[in-house]
Design a protein around this ligand. Structure first.
Ligand SMILES: [Ca+2]
Ligand SMILES: [Ca+2]
Length: 261
């Protein structure tokens, strides 16, 4: 058994002479700071792997270990990890937080935020998109959705010390639609899911994209994005009327969005 594994490893090395050991750096970042405001300095240590060259088959470049004093957790985040930052979500409380950022695989920033309650490392939040900290317990995020940005508000719950997303009925888009080309006619509906037609958009016409129905639930937020065909979009016709159409229908008959991931 072990001999077989050894032979396979030798073959792999022969196929790929650049070994993981040559290209990865084991990184450690540490900082001494009072995280929970009890007047006692805490020791924060993060271990992660940084690659100068990464190829399929290498160990994960997403995994990290975070230690605060004698408590340790393991987790992962989209590549590439660059260490941690200390942030202060709410300057009115005694705690500061540990933020682990990445720019994601396609310049889509995301981060994990942790706090320390004196005994445990608590996952305070996991945010996608560009972040704006108010310092008053509120973080705004702008998450790129292919041709627009979804803005969310996150509020720190002082009791659980976790970030809670403020629900919205819909996301504002505000795309004027001047550059859009409508190739086939389609209908605008009174409500999402309604059979009642408000207006028909003819081929060659134009629309503005006002908003997108926010169909996000707590458990699905991280994987949610715009391209789910059942999403409903609120459009404004040239006539001035507004109505709803599904993304799958709208995108099928319209060109010019300039999609970018
Ligand atoms: Ca402390
Ligand atoms: Ca604070």
């Amino acid at each position: 058994m072990y001999r077989s594994i050894f032979i396979v490893c030798l073959l792999l090395c022969a196929v790929n002479p650049v070994t993981a050991q040559q290209d990865l750096e084991l990184m450690t970042q540490s900082e001494e700071i009072d995280l929970n405001g009890d007047g006692i300095t805490d020791t924060v240590i993060m271990d992660y792997v940084k690659y100068s060259i990464w190829e399929p088959g290498y160990p994960s470049r997403r995994d990290f270990t975070l230690r605060v004093n004698d408590v340790e957790i393991e987790s992962s985040l989209e590549p590439d990890l660059t260490g941690f930052e200390i942030v202060d979500i709410d300057k009115n409380d005694d705690m500061v937080e540990i933020l682990i950022p990445t720019m994601g695989p396609s310049y889509d920033p995301c981060c994990l935020i942790y706090s320390y309650d004196g005994e445990n490392i608590v996952e305070t939040g996991k945010l996608a998109g560009f972040r704006e900290f108010t310092g008053e317990g509120v973080i705004y995020t702008d998450w790129w959705q292919g041709f627009w940005e979804a803005t969310d508000k996150w509020v720190l719950n002082p009791e659980t010390h976790k970030l809670e997303q403020i629900p919205q009925e819909m996301y504002y888009i505000g795309c004027t639609g001047d550059h859009l080309e409508i190739r086939e006619s389609f209908d605008l509906h009174l409500n999402p899911g309604s059979d009642e037609i408000v207006e028909t958009i003819e081929a060659g016409g134009s629309v503005s994209v006002i908003a997108c129905l926010a169909e996000i639930n707590d458990t699905d937020y991280w994987s949610w994005h715009l391209y789910i065909p059942s999403d409903w979009f609120l459009l404004r016709a040239e006539s001035g009327l507004t109505g709803w159409v599904t993304g799958s229908e709208f995108f099928n008959v319209t060109q010019g969005f300039g999609w970018a991931d």
